[in-house]
Design a protein around this ligand. Sequence first.
Ligand code: ADP
Ligand code: MG
Length: 372
Amino acid sequence: MNAVVGIVGGGQLARMTALAATRLGLKTAIFAPEPLAPAFEAAQVVFRAEYDDSTILQRFAKRCDVVTCEFENIPLETLRSIEQQTPLYPSSRAFSCAQNRVAEKSFFARCEIATSEWRAISSNQDLDLALDALGTSALLKSNRGGYDGKGQFLLKDARQAEQAWQSLVGKQAGRKEEQGRQKQEQVGQESAIAVLEKCLDLQSEFSIIAARSSNGEVAFFPATENFHADGILRESRIPAAIETKLLTRAQEWTRRILEALDIIGLLAVEFFVTRDGQLLANEMAPRPHNSGHWTIDAAMTSQFEQLLRAILGWQLGSTSACKQARMINLIGEAWRDYPKYLSMPDASLHLYAKRETRKGRKMGHVTFRSFT
Ligand code: ADP
Ligand code: MG
């Protein structure tokens, strides 16, 4: 034992994975560029370097028995260079699909998984055509790099669509400059700057988190109902108040994705249920997911432990859960109210020790559970 699990990315997901690993007698090595990444203090080994620092990357990969990632927006080149030395689970292929909305939605279509109507946007002309086809009741989302509603614009009219587009074009230009001489695979669908997506009248949102191990075993956590405001997850609940028929279909789709991408590790898929009862896939993440944080306190196996089991080739754990659980995110300044949760008998408090409190930043979460 005493295997070293490498994690690329140093945020709260890496931190909670490292904590789960420590409990199991494993060591974790974190690779992240931030000087004070929240995961560093929970890990045994720290590699602080930029994602394109090939010397440190090689050292990191050599130190690890297996590597995983805590978020999908890691340059593919970084992932591929790790993969050449050490097993990376899920593979760079899964991440290449999940870090690009056009690739992801095209992949869903190939798997016969329904999504909202969308168009890839690479130019002003594409935008005009897409607005004609889908209407202005739509969202313009950056093709890459978006999370927590960042890089998204809920459109009102064509003029505002143009402004939103210009802002995304500006950001893309900035990012390219930043990447400097780094080789970029800007071919075909990957060159789209944004997607235009029809705005849906949502009844509810839920997510399915599943693990798949190297022998093909798949385990599903109970579906989680999710409540967002301003594009950020505020609250997750089990059991999800969703029709069983839709949950079964969502599980089938999740399994399809796991198998098609040969994912070893975790996969979270976000789903929409529209007011007229349609099930649509929104997006996926081949990693632990915010909507699965309740599993730490209210499931037999947490999503973080399950990830470790899957990538180490261990037997997957039971996903049995409490009768009810509810997780709220502590966003921005809200974390400073943490003492109030300490006196609540059903509350488990988690703080991520981020050095800087920013508006819209996830600083911690609280899980409330009930066994009856
Ligand atoms: P992110 O990568 O930031 O999580 P998402 O595409 O998941 O981006 O969007 C964040 C949230 O915005 C969703 O969970 C949902 O609440 C809302 N949203 C996104 N797309 C649509 C849509 N087409 N119609 C209605 N609401 C949407
Ligand atoms: Mg999302």
